[in-house]
Design a protein around this ligand. Structure first.
Ligand code: GAP
Length: 430
């Protein structure tokens, strides 16, 4: 699909150092992207904000970090070997392979001369060890790392239901047709929580997490009209799920999923019990019985979130009669928190004071120093990459020991004492 806005946006994100095609100098392979100096900071901020919402602000959620490659039996148990496939069709004319949902004709050359649809498993397979005798797979979701560690976490934390185990990291899917920039990738990062509850409390926790996750997006500035909850029909549920409500974002190519919320029931713990021979039940001391807990799972892909936050923040307006392009990113998500700018780069005293301020503040904040070009151009450069504030050091600063702080969105400036800057920004970023 040609999308003029998207093409320009992708180019802009590359030029500014947000996102690059992986291995571009060798032509690249579709479905793989790298994050540049600004994009990787944004990713980090999003992960930290997710951790705050899902792990640290909760009483009973534990973070773990698990293997990316797992032996075959894990995915036999999880059902991915049997069920995790797309239906693939090949065009006999141009040999493009595409998903059945994409239509009855080849999306590239339009030919109707197609192969019969066949199943295509989306997992990447590998061989483990020097003899190559152990079949391994790159995980297609981080969730399985949680289920196989259920007993380890339960025993080591001595926790009680309800409790959660969170896992963040790379997942891999050999997508037939990766597309829409970083929306559908072959290698991506997931942030997943498996929240274990008594079966009869599963509906309550489903609603709790749905509202909590929906409000997280709004609290970080996503416009209400651009995000919606979508109930997934029973016929389209993944093999493990009893119910799914997805959060969809209004991308330049339409509303699409950014996060899924599933009630996985007791599917995973039961299956891993069966395949491992270890009992993954929970002993309820109050009820004096053992049972398999139910699992509520909020699952988000970091790249889709980066994409959604960037698109949502993009804006154009006019300042002093000049067109301005600005990323109105929430300051907590913005890669650079502020820039320190000497008003004039040829005045030694001003430059020295600006550099002192920068040296001092960069111990605490991710910020930049810039003395190149007119002050107007320097402001615009920061607006374009979403920097919420610019500190300008001028003549008055030398006498009064204060600076101007310019707000990206209103472009208003206020004078702040140099000694109060750290507290000023700490408060703003709370
Ligand atoms: N554990 C449940 C699970 O993996 P999913 O709906 O397949 O559910 C969850 O994936 C989230 O992971 C999606 O909402 C999306 O944000 C992200 N995701 C899934 N496949 C992706 C892909 N090919 N590229 C980028 N992100 C993807």
């Amino acid at each position: 699909m040609k999308n003029e806005f998207l093409e320009k946006f992708i180019n802009f994100l590359k030029n500014e150092g947000f996102i690059f095609q992986s291995n571009e100098i060798y032509g690249g392979v579709s479905g793989f992207y790298d994050f540049g100096p600004l994009g990787s900071l944004m990713k980090l901020n999003i992960k930290n904000l997710w951790l705050k919402d899902v792990v640290f602000s909760e009483k009973n959620v534990f973070l773990i970090d698990t293997s990316l490659i797992n032996p075959k039996v894990v995915f036999e148990a999880s059902g991915h070997l049997e069920n995790f496939f797309d239906i693939l069709i090949e065009c006999k004319n141009c040999h493009l392979r595409f998903k059945k949902e994409e239509g009855e004709k080849c999306p590239d050359c339009g030919s109707s001369n197609l192969t019969k649809p066949r199943k295509f498993n989306l997992m990447f397979q590998t061989k483990i060890g020097s003899t190559g005798k152990i079949d391994g797979f790159l995980r297609p979701e981080t969730a399985q790392g949680v289920f196989v560690n259920f007993l380890n976490v339960l025993n080591s934390t001595r926790t009680k239901l309800p409790f959660g185990i969170a896992n963040i990291g790379k997942s891999f899917r050999n997508e037939i047709n990766p597309r829409n920039f970083i929306f559908r990738l072959r290698e991506f990062e997931q942030m997943e929580l498996e929240f274990f509850t008594k079966p009869q409390e599963a509906d309550f926790w489903f609603n709790y997490w749905l509202e909590k996750r929906y409000n997280w997006y709004l609290s970080l500035g996503i416009k209400k009209e651009n995000i919606k909850k979508v109930e997934i029909p029973k016929s389209e549920l993944p093999h493990y799920s009893k119910r799914n409500v997805d959060l969809h974002y209004n991308f330049p190519f339409g509303f699409q999923e950014i996060e899924g919320l599933a009630n996985r029931g007791d599917y995973d713990l039961k299956r891993h019990s069966e395949f491992s021979g270890k009992s993954l039940t929970y002993y309820d001391q109050k009820e004096k019985e053992s049972y398999f807990p139910y699992v509520i799972e909020p699952s988000a892909g970091i790249e889709r979130l980066v994409f959604a936050f960037l698109v949502d923040a993009f804006d154009e307006d006019e300042v002093d009669g000049k067109k301005r392009f600005v990323l109105r990113l929430n300051p907590k998500i913005a890669p650079i928190k502020f820039a320190v700018l000497p008003l004039l780069s040829n005045r030694k005293e001003i430059v020295r004071l600006a550099q002192d301020i920068y040296d001092n503040l960069r111990k605490e904040f991710i910020c930049v120093y810039d003395e190149n070009g007119s002050i107007g151009r320097r402001y615009r450069r920061q607006d374009e990459i979403g920097t919420p504030w610019c500190i300008t050091v001028d003549f008055e600063s030398l006498e009064k020991k204060d600076v101007t702080v310019r707000d990206r969105d209103s472009t208003k400036q206020e004078r702040i004492k140099i000694e109060e800057l750290e507290e000023f920004f700490l408060n703003k970023l709370k």
